[in-house]
Design a protein around this ligand. Structure first.
Ligand SMILES: C[S@@+](CC[C@H](N)C(=O)[O-])C[C@H]1O[C@@H](n2cnc3c(N)ncnc32)[C@H](O)[C@@H]1O
Length: 237
């Protein structure tokens, strides 16, 4: 990965973590010491317990998922980014689809891996026009803009304009939409296609219907990777 991309990513990760921290502090009704104690507890706990913990202590992402949306970045973690980068190097996809790009942190990891491979292309989709503007700026800075077509608008509408198949999909829209979006996505998958979905632990109640759907499916083999916010790794059989 280029040095300029690494430093851009560092800046974007810091910005996103700062925003999430500030939101959590605003939602927490207690002293700074109590907040620090809860934060240490959260950071040290098994990923699979995080969703319950967040709910129990009144932390919620419902504000972000409202109709107004949010200017918050809500970017993936560095760990998760490295995972997407390595997965792309391994899978060597001809086509990647990203659903929910925000300011482009995950997009930068995926597109940088395509740049490294010297082949492949990607579609990145984002509902919010301000975020799309920043996303394009970031792709330009990283020198990967030519590899990524940005769809500005609702990803459900994007499906009406798509053809062919995707080898790798990263789904990171609002978690309440996962099941509906995945069912729409299925027509664009083929055996061997991989779908990665974030927040399977941190939004465990919201994704329960999606999890049940995958468990009951014979067409998909799926398991939850126990890192970051809970990462669903789904392969079309
Ligand atoms: C969790 S953030 C994505 C973070 C991003 N993957 C990253 O790592 O920086 C979710 C994003 O999905 C977008 N989104 C939500 N619903 C959408 C939809 N129906 N179509 C396209 N984007 C959507 C939101 O605007 C938000 O920016």
């Amino acid at each position: 990965m280029r040095f300029s991309t690494i430093s851009l990513l560092q800046e974007l990760h810091e910005q996103s973590e700062g925003q999430s921290f500030a939101r959590a502090r605003a939602q927490f009704r207690g002293t700074d010491e109590e907040f620090s104690r809860r934060l240490r507890q959260y950071l040290g706990m098994l990923p699979s317990r995080k969703g319950k913990f967040l709910k129990q202590h009144g932390f919620s992402s419902a504000d972000a998922q409202s109709a107004q949306g949010t200017t918050m970045s809500l970017a993936i973690s560095e760990d998760m980014g490295r995972f997407l980068y390595n997965l792309t190097l391994m899978r060597r996809p001809a086509r990647i689809l990203e659903l929910g790009s925000s300011y482009g942190v995950s997009t930068l990891y995926l597109a940088s891996a395509l740049q490294q491979l010297g082949k492949g292309e990607m579609i990145a989709s984002e509902l919010d026009s301000m975020k799309c503007r920043k996303l394009k700026e970031h792709l330009n800075i990283a020198g990967v803009a030519s590899l990524v077509a940005v769809w500005e608008g609702d990803a459900f509408e994007l499906f009406n304009n798509l053809a062919g198949h995707f080898d790798l999909v990263f789904m990171d829209v609002w978690s309440t939409l996962y099941l509906k979006m995945f069912q729409r996505l299925e027509a664009f998958l083929q055996p061997g296609s991989v779908v990665i979905t974030d927040h399977m632990y941190t939004a465990q109640d919201e994704v329960a219907d999606f999890r049940r759907y995958l468990s009951a499916s014979r067409q998909f083999s799926s398991s939850t990777l126990d890192f970051a916010s809970g990462v669903e790794f789904t392969v079309m059989v």
